[in-house]
Design a binder for this molecule. Structure first.
Ligand SMILES: [Zn+2]
Length: 206
């Protein structure tokens, strides 16, 4: 099966364009302006990520599921749950981290001699965070499609870029029960899982 992250890349590119636009709202670097604007920007970021990740989850799920499509409401629920869940790879809860990044950004802009650099930094941090979120949502959408199709076992496939995925090499082709897939071993890991077809599953169990 093909690598599921091609759709993810489109979502990430779109999100990055949107952040760039939002940060243009920072027009003056004083406390009165920056704090409310930071709330506006990060609230808007959350909304856009919610909307685009929901689309992404549905689209990935639908291309992996054998028959049925995922109702948009269920895709949305998955994304909302991911927002509030502790992520063992990033070691944070997305929602909390987004607010932490917002307040750091506002403080940084107010206290820095080079506020424009703070804006650039905030955009980079947000881009990395949301790339990770989109990658994780993609991985989970594939797993959910398999689960809903009754797949019991999956095989870990290491991303083609070996340099980025050193720690995953040992897992390549390893088979896991679908309800016991270990978390990704590092940030920006683009490994994924493939379903193990029934015949092969029986062979494994024999
Ligand atoms: Zn990996």
């Amino acid at each position: 099966m093909r690598n599921p992250y091609s759709k993810t890349d489109k979502t990430i590119a779109y999100l990055n364009k949107q952040y760039a636009k939002l940060f243009r709202r920072v027009t003056s670097f004083d406390e009165l302006n920056v704090i409310p604007v930071s709330h506006e920007i990060y609230d808007e970021v959350r909304k856009i990520v919610e909307q685009e990740a929901t689309r992404l989850v549905k689209s990935v799920y639908d291309s992996y599921r054998e028959s049925e499509a995922l109702p948009a409401s269920e895709a949305h629920e998955m994304v909302v749950a991911l927002f509030g869940a502790y992520n063992p790879v990033t070691k944070y809860v997305y929602e909390n981290e987004l607010d932490r990044k917002r307040s750091r950004f506002a403080e940084g802009v107010i206290s820095s001699d080079t506020p424009r650099e703070e804006v650039a930094l905030a955009k980079r941090l947000l881009a990395a965070m949301n790339k990770q979120f989109a990658d994780d949502a993609t991985f989970d959408a594939v797993v959910k499609a398999y689960e809903d199709d009754g797949v019991k076992r999956v095989k870990w496939i290491t991303a083609e870029d070996d340099r980025r995925c050193k720690e995953c090499k040992a897992r390549h082709n390893k088979i896991y029960n679908i309800d016991n897939i270990p978390p990704k071993p590092h940030l920006h890991c683009r490994c994924y899982v493939e379903k193990v077809e029934k015949k092969k599953q029986e062979a494994v169990e024999e």
